[in-house]
Write a protein that binds this ligand. Sequence first.
Ligand SMILES: Cc1cc2nc3c(=O)[nH]c(=O)nc-3n(C[C@H](O)[C@H](O)[C@H](O)COP(=O)(O)OP(=O)(O)OC[C@H]3O[C@@H](n4cnc5c(N)ncnc54)[C@H](O)[C@@H]3O)c2cc1C
Length: 417
Amino acid sequence: CGSIKPLNTLMDFYDIIIAGGGPAGMSAAAELSKDFKILILEKKKPGTTQTTWYSYEDRAVKYELEDAIAVRTKYIKFTAPTVEHFMKDECVVFDQQKVLEIWMERAKSNGAVVKHEAFIAYYHLDNEIVVETNLGNYRASLLIDSMGINSSILQKNKLVKRKDAWVIYGAKMSNVVLDNPLQLEYLPLNDEENTYIGIHPHNENETNIYAFKGQKNTFGNPKELKEKFERFINEFQPNAKQISILEGTIVSGTLKKYALDKVIFFGSSGMLNPDGCGMGFNEILMKHRAFSDGIREVMKTKSLDEKSLQRVAYALKDPETINFQKIIGAFSLYFIRSPGKWDGGVKWLNAMGEDSKYWMRNEMTLDWIKRANLKLNGVIPFKETYKMIPLKDFLFILGQYIRFKIKSKKSDFRNSA
Ligand SMILES: Cc1cc2nc3c(=O)[nH]c(=O)nc-3n(C[C@H](O)[C@H](O)[C@H](O)COP(=O)(O)OP(=O)(O)OC[C@H]3O[C@@H](n4cnc5c(N)ncnc54)[C@H](O)[C@@H]3O)c2cc1C
């Protein structure tokens, strides 16, 4: 990495260095700083982000983030060309900067150091890890990579298997106060190109609006999409003014590995999300304590090799949910190959009724998965689905059906949280 390596005694030592101060890095820092000497490196102004997050009232309470709630809504609205679905829940939109500030302050009050520096590279030295930034070098026992899906460590080691959905255009807009306040909503911008709009009301006259694309799409013409997005904003709020830009990954991809020697990835890397589903921030929120508990365990044993760290990462995965999401993925080929796919998805959500919220929350149980599979079949008849699913996926799905059937007999609700 660096050409001249400084003597290790001249470098500050931390138990753990966390590179990246987004939700993953900051939430882990808030937890791990209770037990360890932590350094957080963030290349932008620490405590800021260009993303935006909806979540749920009960989660805000559970993780003591009530002070960061910007707006409460009673549902998430999914609008499709011919149908709509109101996913009833106690939803909230967070003030995302405030969430980060809260976690950062918790970490600092436990003694963590936050530096506005960019991670450049790392190397191993005397059973420690040395991290180089644009301003200095630091030693640690462990490096947590929370730099998101574009992390240079992931890129350099070619660990990203797939990137799923990302924001193409997005902005925080100021709008005039409306008689009917804006709701938390998702709708297609261009159904055929798999491009959608997300609306997160922030307060009565500020709204986060963004267009995002799914992984399997025709890509369309970026210029045309931008024009469509701008037209949408104009029609939606003719006098709106842009306050800031929103960008980033919506649904992260999958990694080939989640740990290297003395390095573990945490955050929008796919470790938390089942393949291609789930919303990153909410997963981080749900799992940051379990992740920190795993790190505490390995720090005790000092086994920070790739294999031990990989076990910490895999403990966060939930095989049933991942397999179910694969089924949804296979079924969604149907929607993706046909016009009106967003319609189809919304029809399935309607068929799920009140149950649909557990999918969005990623709180799935075997019983729920069984019900969801049956309802999915109601939306896409079996005789149609088997023709469009590749043989290898079809066998997988069949196997899963049988597995779910057997397992769900034995199990009640698992994640009733
Ligand atoms: C517009 C938008 C809307 C979204 N809506 C939702 C939602 O409603 N609900 C939900 O659950 N999720 C949502 N997401 C997804 C969610 O924001 C991401 O999954 C989440 O931000 C991932 O967190 P992270 O900490 O892993 O990565 P990131 O948020 O990408 O944070 C990575 C951090 O690392 C820093 N960094 C990068 N490189 C370096 C370096 N070399 N040195 C130091 N620091 C570095 C970056 O500056 C950044 O602060 C949305 C995303 C976007 C973009």
